[in-house]
Design a protein around this ligand. Structure first.
Ligand SMILES: Cc1cc2nc3c(=O)[nH]c(=O)nc-3n(C[C@H](O)[C@H](O)[C@H](O)COP(=O)(O)OP(=O)(O)OC[C@H]3O[C@@H](n4cnc5c(N)ncnc54)[C@H](O)[C@@H]3O)c2cc1C
Length: 314
């Protein structure tokens, strides 16, 4: 039997807030979640999204959080409504690489050098989850509700004033945490992606920033990316970025050159010098931060949620 540990308020309705809320409920906390926006209007909805540690730090922690999350997503991939599929993936390189630190976290990791797209000399082949965010966030929302969690649409302006019934506050406000608590280490990393229709079933990646390209198959469409523009706050898609994305993706799969674009989407990754996951005491009450996941918010979500629970219980 799970014992009631107290009342927790989670701020933020993206992947970090929902995953954290679920883990707290499973661990005996009563949870309320307040957020200015919910799916489909969060940054989390724009994520491609694949499991892959990218633009986040520190590496010792992101590896552990990522590895835990991989296992959870793999387990969820057996649930049809969750929107997750374990997918054959090829990551290409223009120079020979050493093994990635996450090599042992993924299934069937292999290095290949034959039959690669032009200009590439090496490829990592592995299986990784693709998470269809609009589907997955809907499923997470239901899971959170079914466990007894409640939601309220609310924008907070500081972390000082909350009703006394809450024993703990958890900050999962993503990029907005920067302004909200005056954290100067937070910055946007603008991303643009294209939604297109093709019947490619494997995932293809080039994760090096200047040549960044990802070809991510989903159940009814495909996401092509990307760009990673630090300190760019613009939420408007640009034709220039779309052309650049198509050019890079078609260097990997030439048929993509003339693919029809259904939609152009932009999101701002919550960049930070390192993920902030720690507890502080504010006005006599515990405030746990869980934000700044950069390009890996989905990839780190369950590992981080488990650490929040440990801090809450401790
Ligand atoms: C183009 C693109 C592609 C990406 N691809 C991937 C990928 O393949 N894999 C991956 O792992 N990650 C990817 N990411 C990164 C990922 O999207 C983020 O790291 C992740 O969404 C962060 O989740 P979050 O819940 O912390 O923040 P968010 O999703 O931004 O949620 C923050 C929440 O806090 C709420 N909030 C903010 N301020 C307040 C306030 N004052 N009061 C109340 N509520 C507030 C917001 O309304 C929102 O609900 C990608 C991002 C982009 C833009």
């Amino acid at each position: 039997m799970v014992v009631n540990k107290g009342h927790c308020l989670v701020i933020g309705g993206g992947v970090s807030g929902l995953s954290t809320g679920i883990r707290l409920l499973e661990n005996g906390w009563i949870v309320d979640l307040w957020s200015s926006k919910f799916s489909p209007n969060t940054t989390s909805d724009i994520a491609a999204a694949l499991w892959y540690p990218f633009l986040s730090a520190p590496v010792e922690k992101t590896n552990l959080w990522g590895s835990n999350t991989y296992d959870v997503l793999k387990e969820f991939s057996t649930i049809p409504d969750a929107g997750i599929s374990m997918t054959q993936t090829y990551e290409y390189f223009r120079e020979i690489q050493s093994d990635p630190l996450w090599k042992d976290s993924v299934d069937k990791f292999e290095r290949l050098t034959d039959n690669l797209p032009s200009d590439y000399v090496e490829c990592f082949s592995f299986i990784t989850p693709i998470i269809e965010m609009p589907v997955y966030l809907k499923w997470l929302t239901k899971k959170y509700s079914d466990l007894g969690g409640s939601f309220e649409e609310k924008t907070i302006s500081d972390f000082l004033e909350f009703p006394s019934k809450f024993d703990i506050i958890v900050n999962c406000t993503g990029l907005e945490a920067g302004e909200l608590i005056g954290d100067k280490e937070v910055y946007p990393i603008r991303g643009q992606v294209l939604r297109v229709k093709t019947d490619i079933s494997e995932m293809h990646l080039d994760q090096q920033i200047p040549t960044l390209a990802y070809i991510v198959p989903r159940s009814n469409d495909m996401i092509l990316g990307g760009v990673a523009q630090q300190d760019n706050w613009s939420l408007s898609p640009t034709g220039k970025d779309s052309k650049f994305i198509l050019k890079k993706c078609s260097q990997i799969i030439p048929e993509l050159k003339d693919v029809e674009i259904i939609e152009e989407l932009v999101g701002l990754r919550p960049g930070r010098t390192s993920v902030r996951l720690e507890k502080e005491i504010v006005s006599g009450r515990a405030l746990i931060h869980n934000y700044g996941h950069g390009g890996s918010g989905v990839t780190l979500s369950w590992g981080c949620a488990d650490d929040v629970v440990e801090l809450a219980n401790g």
